[in-house]
Design a protein around this ligand. Structure first.
Ligand SMILES: C[S@@+](CC[C@H](N)C(=O)[O-])C[C@H]1O[C@@H](n2cnc3c(N)ncnc32)[C@H](O)[C@@H]1O
Length: 266
């Protein structure tokens, strides 16, 4: 944890937990950014087609905190089991649940109790019976090995102190042949030390972001194959604490990654 503003992994995780609890409690803060504008909410975000979102509660859209749309690449089929790592208030799961019917179940894990209470409230509002929310850390998910067909995660892995641990956990949970589909920011190049020392940079998906090459290597080390990483310019704004000169240095280096990988059948 050298040159980081946290004493331990637990300290970083607690900071991230508090940060997202406050965001959910204060809908005005919405996503990662205190100054996120209305037009950047997922209701207007290019990642999701507006017709997909029109049945969803406005409060859910306001509290979602995504940086891509992993469902686009998920190819979900009826009867499949889906797990969302760091599901927050449940946007992706609540969108996906009907595609899994009949017979499929969608699980969401998050350490944020407040977000999960909201997610459960939206689930009831939408009358979805095949969605289950589990409170806990995504490094140790309380589900059996080889029980899940598709794992998604949207803007979360970068926040986890030990990324290898969480990817190993995803590998354990997937059935042979199972798909992993992630949306996550990546950072190409060096983060200015001033931002590395800024706790909010870790909670706003900047300081903990891997490079695409490091992501690929970690996925391969854990055992994933058929790894595809596509990068696109990010469509979210700078957090307000990032200074003008830092924005200049990072422009074009903080990107939106769409990542796919598979656990091959034995
Ligand atoms: C940027 S938000 C994304 C939420 C959701 N995926 C979405 O698209 O709206 C990050 C979420 O990850 C959760 N999270 C971060 N680290 C976690 C961990 N180690 N275990 C469980 N949840 C975690 C936070 O509580 C928060 O809800």
């Amino acid at each position: 944890m050298a040159d980081m503003p946290f004493k331990s992994e637990e300290d970083l995780r607690s900071f991230v937990q508090r940060y997202y609890q406050e965001n959910v409690l204060n809908a005005a803060i919405a996503c990662c950014y205190e100054d996120r504008k209305q037009e950047q909410m997922p209701g207007q975000c290019a990642c999701y087609a507006p017709e997909q979102l029109k049945e969803l509660p406005a409060e859910l859209l306001a509290s979602a905190c995504c940086c891509g749309n992993p469902l686009k690449q998920a190819g979900l089929k009826p009867g499949e089991s889906l797990l969302d790592l760091g599901c927050g208030t449940g946007l992706d799961l609540l969108l996906a649940a009907s595609q899994l019917q009949p017979g499929g179940v969608a699980y969401g894990v998050d350490m944020n109790e407040v977000a999960l209470e909201r997610a459960e409230q939206y689930r009831r509002q939408l009358g979805l019976e095949n969605v289950r929310f589990l409170q806990g850390i995504i490094e140790a998910v309380p589900l059996p090995s080889e029980s899940i067909d598709v794992i998604i995660s949207n803007c979360v892995i970068n926040l986890v102190p030990d990324k290898e641990r969480v990817l190993r956990e995803a590998y354990r949970l997937l059935k042979p042949g199972g798909r992993l589909i992630l949306a996550d920011p990546v950072l190409e190049g060096e983060l200015p030390p001033s931002l590395r020392r800024e706790p909010r940079a870790w909670a706003t998906c900047l300081a903990g972001a891997l490079s695409a090459a490091a992501y690929r290597e970690l996925l391969a080390t854990v055992g994933f194959r058929e790894i595809v990483i596509e990068l696109a310019p990010r469509d979210w704004d700078w957090p307000s604490f990032v200074k003008q000169e830092e924005r200049h240095r990072l422009e074009g280096h903080w990107l939106s990654a769409s990542i796919r990988a598979r656990k091959l059948s034995a």
